[in-house]
Write a protein that binds this ligand. Sequence first.
Ligand SMILES: Nc1ncnc2c1ncn2[C@@H]1O[C@H](COP(=O)(O)OP(=O)(O)OP(=O)(O)O)[C@@H](O)[C@H]1O
Ligand SMILES: [Mg+2]
Length: 428
Amino acid sequence: MSELFVKINNQEKGPFSTKELKRLAANGEFSRKDLVFHEDTQEWIEAGQLDNLGEIFSPLETAETRKIVYAIGGGKGGVGKTSLTASLGIGLAALDYNVVTIDADLGGANLHTCMGILDPEYTFYHFYTMQRDSLNDIMLDTPVKNLKLISGACGTLGLANPQYFQKLRFINQLRELNADFILLDLGAGSSYNVIDFFIAADQGILVTTPDPMAIQETFNFLKVAFLRKLVREFKNNTLVLEILEREMDAKRGRMNSTMVDIIQEIEKGDQESAGKINTFLSEFKPLLILNMVHSNEEIKEGDTFKTAAKELLSIDVNYIGYIEYDDNVRKSIKELRPFILDNPKSKASKSLARLITSGLLKKDGWKGFREKHRVIKNVALDAEEYPKTNLRDSSTICSINCMYWGDCEYQEGGLPCSIRHLDPIFKK
Ligand SMILES: Nc1ncnc2c1ncn2[C@@H]1O[C@H](COP(=O)(O)OP(=O)(O)OP(=O)(O)O)[C@@H](O)[C@H]1O
Ligand SMILES: [Mg+2]
């Protein structure tokens, strides 16, 4: 690529090499919205519209290390995965990244409601039933310019347990979406339908509260996820499988042996496989977010989790930050607005902005400080355009496809679909 002239804040600058532009972008001094002079058409064009400039804005330095698909999971229900996915998407879009949030909670989709989109035109239902060929066809615009949504199908029978080929079709198409960040909001639990999405992503993000039960469930989720990854890698190796399956069968939240023991045992019969497991371990580095934190004491639970994961599973967990318990988050849910946007200056929003810039994008010091304020400032601008819904005033919000339709108490201006929490009652 030849050298380029750019217009930043209406001032013409340059010419710059790609390397120089990359450095400016990394410093937050050149964004997708700034103009670049396009030689072929002799016009000024937004940098974000020029495909060949894509790598300049990639979140990480090189194409090889660039991570695009992030899965937000963690086992325990109700810890804030969906609320965080929505606000994370908005925060990243505020930094000019192209973001797609995807509701991969097959049993109880509610990301669309959390984002104020009550009646999505297309959902996963259209994708899984082959009414639409590609994920691109079911991608919806949101009130935020750089942010798209792929909505789940609320309560539709049969989707909670998709066939293997359907899961594969979804996973294979994920990376074809044109985005800098693809955020998958996973359902609760450690079933293979949830775990398989977690391990298919480029980067897993564990979300838990500091509550001991939640920590234990998240630890179990992490263990099952890594073992599942290994089982799939070694599906034709009976020696390794036997050892791994013994640990998979261990009582929930317990471990028969540490990962070091497991690897040592495998090493005795199969050195090469033991070496491969060590390589997988060095590549599997989930991020951890602690949500609904009440005190400084509770913040430390993230470090405790990190230590336990290292000692027992030999997994390096990167604890990228915490978000306080904040009533503003609950209030935002009632207005169907992601919390960062409903009140950008709330405690939870500021913590998430810090988590995005220093935890996720690794911008520290002065750069991190400036980017954090850019998130808050830009999100506040987006908030002006974002619809506010008062659930009490709105009419029916549920889908006629919902399996609970006949029993649903929430049809007349009720809550975002939380009725699935009553699953065990209905199944009796
Ligand atoms: N930091 C917070 N402070 C206060 N309340 C919060 C916070 N984060 C989330 N919540 C509240 O917790 C509830 C559950 O959140 P959410 O639906 O995002 O959890 P989830 O992990 O996606 O649940 P599920 O596992 O059922 O999908 C919501 O009412 C939300 O408002
Ligand atoms: Mg959820």
